[in-house]
Design a protein around this ligand. Structure first.
Ligand SMILES: C[S@@+](CC[C@H](N)C(=O)[O-])C[C@H]1O[C@@H](n2cnc3c(N)ncnc32)[C@H](O)[C@@H]1O
Length: 243
């Protein structure tokens, strides 16, 4: 019997054949297109996250590092489902940000008790060392890889020394899989920008930004509902000596 991953490995999609386009676009244009895409899929996204998560066991590893009342910044919080869970079930002091006006609107509507602000994760306006942890679940995946080092630097700035960062990322399965626009799995008319970063690339970005990697997990994608890339999860700690 063939397992799902082998099928996926050999499918045209897994070889990058369904990459729509990617080259020569400026960062601003990419951001605009990501926001336009989320405008189209905001409600469908909410439905998808509410239908269940395959990542909870990794998220729990991160949440176990905090005590009630500690401050968490959820960057690229989307519809705020995880922020709400961190607030209600873990009693964490959560601030959620997202750069999509439509996702922010939906998060506020669905979770009136949540602190949600519109902000680009690459331009955090918080004071330094404000948060005990930063949670970035599938949000860094939407910025060009060239922006990742500065984004991590900005995130490091707002975390207290010794605080933790959670990343959920898309990792290429094949060398030929490159960052670019891919059709959204549950609405193939919409194309979404996704960067594809390997564990070793991310380790070196994190080290340069002042983080120490503590835990790494990965899982295979779920065919039919997810992009055909590995799901990579990293928990990193800001160095205890202030930078
Ligand atoms: C795949 S969704 C993840 C949402 C949420 N973290 C979750 O896991 O359910 C990605 C979110 O990141 C947001 N995002 C993408 N690029 C961003 C940026 N540069 N700054 C802030 N938010 C961003 C998108 O608007 C979207 O809401």
């Amino acid at each position: 019997m063939r397992i799902v991953n082998e099928d996926l490995e050999n499918s045209p999609a897994a070889c990058g054949a369904f990459l729509v386009y990617c080259v020569g676009m400026k960062d601003d244009e990419i951001s605009k297109k990501v926001q336009e895409a989320y405008k189209q899929i905001a409600k469908a996204y909410l439905k998808k996250v509410r239908s269940g998560s395959l990542d909870h066991r990794f998220v729990e590893r991160f949440l176990a590092l905090f005590a009630p009342g500690q401050k968490i910044l959820d960057v690229g919080a989307g519809t705020g489902e995880m922020s709400q869970e961190m607030l209600l079930e873990h009693q964490l002091d959560v601030t959620a940000i997202d750069f999509s006006p439509d996702m922010v609107r939906l998060a506020k509507k669905e979770h009136p008790g949540l602190r949600v602000r519109r902000m680009d994760l690459r331009k955090l306006t918080f004071k330094p060392r404000q948060f005990d942890g930063v949670f970035a679940m599938y949000s860094l995946i939407h910025i060009p890889e060239g922006d990742v080092p500065d984004a991590l630097g900005g995130i490091n700035r707002v975390i207290k020394p010794g605080g933790f960062l959670y990343l959920a990322l898309q990792e290429p399965r094949k060398k030929m899989q490159k960052e670019g626009f891919y059709p959204v799995v549950y609405n193939r008319k919409i194309n979404m920008f996704i960067n594809l970063i390997t564990e070793s690339e991310m380790r070196s970005y994190l080290a340069r930004a002042g983080f120490v990697v503590k835990e790494v997990y990965r899982r295979a994608p779920h065919l039919g509902t997810e992009y055909p890339f590995m799901k990579l999860f990293i928990i990193a700690q800001k160095k205890k000596v202030a930078r």
